[in-house]
Ligand binder design. Structure first.
Ligand code: PLP
Length: 398
């Protein structure tokens, strides 16, 4: 029996069946390549869903991790540590924000943002302001509060009653947003580019309108940059593309390049509402994870990886548009940097499986949208190989 068969048998009998997985067991990664237990290689265009932006087994991250593991893993947020402080200082320096709260995942970062927005208005004596407007087709996580904030019924199904206090409007519809705002609304929360919703980009001027609507109403703007942040779109944070800043921003995914870390960043005036005892996390910002995350951010900057992402992302998009010209089944190509999507007129699952057999990992969301989120260090030859293969298999689809 192959190692993979044994692992898959066991996994399917002991692990909660929340994911439907293909029959591959991954054993190793390096850069943009993954190896399975039988030694087959795969070009990774998923990156653990926009997580491994530096690629797999990055030597700089590995080195800092092992040094920190030999020094100090954890002490609790009851005490100060150097890596946590340095990471927070770096994030504050590079963003609109003044303070950072650390946690362990995207959902937790959004939980913190939701709690902070509510508490900010409670502290101001505006007790009735607690509702948050989010977008249809949004994705904010799987905890009770964040699934309640998510604008997709399939995520909520079976978990009623969901948390009270969320209203939904269509993405890219400023008028609908303006109409929804009332005296009980404390914030608008959205992804600057919707990731799980299908790599849906904002129309020109839309995010600026959202900012203006929030300002006029005196409410907070929360950006969920869990998928778009950390260089993915060709800027460190996606909001930089749109000439506006949020009041609160959440990060996770690529912040640790694979280590579990989330962060909620806010302006000083708002962050003040998180005083001693108001919120907490045992592992949040623990030394081992923050040391690695700081090295991830330094590497992105020192090795000019975000600049590379802009260039290679533009190249990749051009190649996808070339495919669109050649194949009628392609409806459109969307996204910026290396957060790219291709909407098909057919279900995309078969293309994903065919690619996997050939050694390309891609991903399909919302049934018809192929998502391409390779490590930001991906090179032209890998993109060309994938595009050529897609060209070949699409020619055979009728
Ligand atoms: C992945 C994701 C989340 C949830 O992050 P977890 O770490 O899985 O909890 C939330 N928001 C967005 C935009 C995401 O892409």
């Amino acid at each position: 029996m192959l190692v993979s068969e044994k692992i898959i048998d066991t996994a399917d009998s002991v692990i909660a069946a929340t994911y439907k997985r293909p029959p591959i067991v991954f054993a190793k990664g390096e850069g943009c390549t993954l190896w399975d237990t039988e030694g087959r290689t795969y070009a990774d265009f998923v990156s653990g869903i926009a997580v491994c932006n530096l690629g797999h087994a990055h030597p700089r991250v590995a080195k800092v991790l092992s040094a920190q593991a030999e020094t100090l893993l954890h002490v609790s947020n009851l005490y100060y540590t150097i890596p946590q402080t340095e990471l927070a200082a770096w994030l504050v320096e590079q963003s609109f924000a003044d303070r950072v709260f650390f946690c362990n995942s995207g959902a937790e970062a959004n939980e913190a943002a939701i709690k902070l927005a509510r508490k900010y208005f409670k502290d101001k004596g505006e007790d009735a302001r607690y509702r948050i407007i989010t977008m249809e087709k949004s994705f904010h996580g799987r905890t009770m509060a964040t699934l309640s904030a998510t604008g997709q019924e399939k995520i909520k199904k079976g978990f009623d009653p969901v948390l009270n206090g969320f209203d939904f409007v269509p993405f890219n519809d400023a008028d609908a947003l303006r109409d929804k705002i009332g005296p009980s609304v404390c914030a608008v929360m959205l992804e600057p580019i919707q990731g799980e919703g299908g790599v849906r980009c904002p129309d020109t001027g839309y995010l600026k309108q959202v900012r203006d609507i929030c300002d006029a109403a005196g409410i907070l703007l929360i950006f969920d940059e869990i998928q778009t942040g950390i260089g993915r779109t060709g800027t460190l944070f996606a909001y930089e593309h749109f000439g506006i800043e949020p009041d609160i921003m959440t990060l996770a995914k690529a912040l640790g390049n694979g280590l579990p870390i989330g962060a909620m960043l806010a302006r000083e005036q708002i962050a003040e509402s998180f005083g001693p005892g108001s919120h907490a996390s045992t592992f949040g910002g623990t030394p081992i994870v923050t040391a690695a995350s700081l090295e991830v951010l330094k590497t992105l900057s020192e090795e000019k990886i975000i600049e590379h992402c802009q260039e290679i992302g533009a190249y990749f998009k051009e190649r996808l548009l070339w495919l669109k010209d050649r194949h009628e089944i392609i409806e459109d190509v969307r996204g910026i940097g290396l957060l790219l999507g291709m909407r098909l007129k057919i279900n995309g699952e078969d293309i994903v499986s065919t690619c996997m057999e050939k050694g390309f990992l891609i991903n399909c969301i919302q049934e018809t949208i192929l998502r391409f989120v390779p490590p930001l260090v991906v090179q032209k030859d890998a993109i060309d190989s994938l595009v050529e293969y897609l060209d070949e298999i699409m020619a055979n689809i009728r």
